[in-house]
Design a protein around this ligand. Structure first.
Ligand code: ZN
Ligand code: ZN
Length: 564
């Protein structure tokens, strides 16, 4: 039976599924599907990471979205579209081997960044395709997709216009409404309006929905920066994201106007600048000098651009705050400027830098007042402007924690629009007049731990956390050929105080375990599981009694076998 076109359209469903980014700021990954139920063609928008912290994810290298659902359907994926080159949008590219052959589409600067990443990770850079922005478009299966330039804190950021024969979506990506962004594309409402004519669904950045005041333009910063830098007699160090090339340019221009030479400190800073010059994003960055050359100049003529604005332990800012970095030592009379906002979760590390510098009597200038930093995300009033400019049928908040998504939904309703909440894993039908949740897909997190991916619930990090809180005791016992316990036990504890009031902790554990073993019945000695349980209980009991800790315990039972 041949289906008529309208019957087929009715059978086709168009859905939106966030797998990361809708419930946290980080690890953005969104899926759009179109087609017959179960056989939909899929496109993926962004594939980012979140960053671990020492408290909840010790030792973890990166946090990735759980893409099991997507991996099971990898044959249905037409392409991965990357909106911009921030790590929360491209950081996971090349880390899922099952997705390594899927074509990637991006604008040139994002493509250059992601190619480097693929090269570092042993991937194939041939899968990356460069796409020109709107009105250019690409058709993949049932989707027609355009990159719409938006302003943000990294060049060539884009939203995506995703058109199918049942509806049109504008997925904003990260954006602000900056008409003079110094570098990158200015906000162009006419272009937005033309590209988003008859818009059905607006999937919209929610990061700054709670920020009331409209964000200032990047261009407005230079005047205040010049004023600040000119007023200093010592060395001035400024830190920001290395990828915020517009800010690097603004800071460098302000330094030159203040008669200072510029030093780039930190690998990411130099690498990003290379990429920007290679790709022509920056055409006239002032000359830079080496740290060694800077040491020969009067301090009042030196301006340093440093990595590590988020307190990263190994980055230049943290090392400067600890003492010396590439020969440069900060001291009384120098100034350290944070031309950045501290991302929630990084406060402890950033405060540590501030305190270290303050102890050295360095003048620390923070940017929370907006004088020396503007956000890359639209504020509440600007989000409202976008709602009203584009007049979509339905608004779906994305890129935010639960509280941001909810606040954005309420704002959309207040502005007179329909809005639906979509958390990670919510599969939302967007083919009909009203959007509705069709299913809840298993989503969550995966950790890059060393070289392998481990599930957030696999217990690896839980074990690590337990050991870090309570220490660890290894215990070794031997059962001889006649199933008799040998009268000897070896104990080795880690992460616990070795000496307690009563003597050596390890010896005291050995004695306790030995005496509890003496009371065991044969049935227990013959059964590994039972034996282990008794020993663990005995170790925990004595350690709890002695030092009030409940350590993790590993029991090694060696059974000697007779071959005679
Ligand atoms: Zn971004
Ligand atoms: Zn982002």
């Amino acid at each position: 039976m041949n289906l008529t076109e309208s019957e087929k359209m009715r059978k086709d469903q168009f859905f939106y599924l966030p797998l990361g980014g809708a419930g946290e700021i980080g690890m953005n990954c969104y899926v759009y599907g179109f087609g017959e139920k179960g056989k939909e063609s899929l496109i993926v928008v962004d594939c980012g990471v979140a960053f671990p912290d020492s408290e909840t994810t010790p030792g973890v290298d990166l946090i990735l979205p759980n893409l099991d659902w997507l991996i099971q359907r990898r044959d249905q994926i037409k392409g991965i579209f990357l909106t911009h080159a921030h790590e929360d949008h491209i950081g996971a590219v090349g880390l899922f081997p099952e997705l390594s052959k899927i074509p990637i589409y991006a604008r040139p600067f994002t493509a250059a960044n992601v190619k480097r990443k693929l090269l570092d990770r042993g991937g194939d850079e041939e899968i990356v395709h460069i796409i020109d922005p709107y009105p250019n478009s690409i058709t993949l299966g049932p989707f027609e997709i355009s990159f719409l330039p938006v302003s943000h804190s990294i060049p060539e950021s884009s939203g995506l216009i995703i058109q199918t024969n049942t509806g049109k979506v504008f997925h904003t990506g990260d954006f602000k409404l900056d008409k003079t962004p110094v570098l990158g594309d200015p906000y162009d409402p006419k272009l937005w309006k033309a590209a988003c004519e008859n818009l059905d669904i607006l999937v919209c950045d929610s990061t700054n929905v709670s920020v009331k005041a409209a964000a200032k333009s990047e261009k407005s910063l230079k005047k205040d920066l010049v004023k600040l830098i000119k007023a200093q007699n010592g060395m001035v160090v400024a830190t920001t994201f290395a990828s915020n090339l517009a800010r690097l340019k603004t800071l460098a221009d302000a330094a030159i106007l203040s008669d200072r030479s510029i030093v780039l400190l930190g690998r990411a800073m130099r690498r990003m600048m290379e990429l920007a010059l290679e790709s022509g994003i920056i055409k006239n960055f002032p000359n830079v000098i080496t740290p060694k050359q800077a040491l020969e100049l009067p301090r009042s003529h030196v301006f340093i651009l440093s990595t590590g604005s988020q307190g990263e332990r190994r980055a230049a800012s943290a090392q400067l705050s600890n003492g010396k970095y590439q020969g440069i030592v900060l001291s009384e009379g120098d100034t350290f400027l944070f031309s950045s906002k501290t991302i929630p979760g990084n406060e402890v590390s950033v405060n540590k830098i501030i305190n270290n510098l303050t102890e050295k009597k360095v003048n620390v200038v923070e940017s929370e007042d907006g004088l020396y930093h503007v956000s890359g995300h639209a504020s509440r009033s600007e989000i409202t402007d976008v709602h009203n400019l584009l007049k979509p049928r339905i608004i779906i908040p994305m890129h935010g924690e639960a509280r941001h998504l909810r606040a954005h939904q309420l704002l959309a309703i207040e502005n007179g629009f329909e809005s639906i909440l979509a958390a990670n894993g919510s599969l939302i039908d967007i083919s009909k007049d009203k959007a509705s949740t069709l299913a809840q897909i298993e989503s969550g997190r995966v950790y890059l731990d060393g070289r392998i991916l481990v599930g957030a619930n696999s217990g690896v990090v839980r074990d690590r956390l337990r050991m870090s809180f309570s220490g660890h005791v290894s215990i070794n016992i031997i059962v001889d050929e006649d199933d008799e316990l040998l009268d000897e036990v070896w104990v080795q504890s880690h992460g616990l105080s070795k000496n307690v009031v009563e003597g050596s902790l390890d010896v005291l554990i050995e004695e306790t375990v030995l005496s509890s073993l003496k009371l065991l019945e044969d049935e227990t000695i013959l059964d590994d599981e039972k034996l282990e349980k008794v020993i663990v209980r005995s170790v925990r009991g004595i350690v709890l009694e002695l030092i009030n800790k409940k350590p993790e315990v590993t029991v090694l039972i060696n059974r000697l076998v007779s071959y005679v």
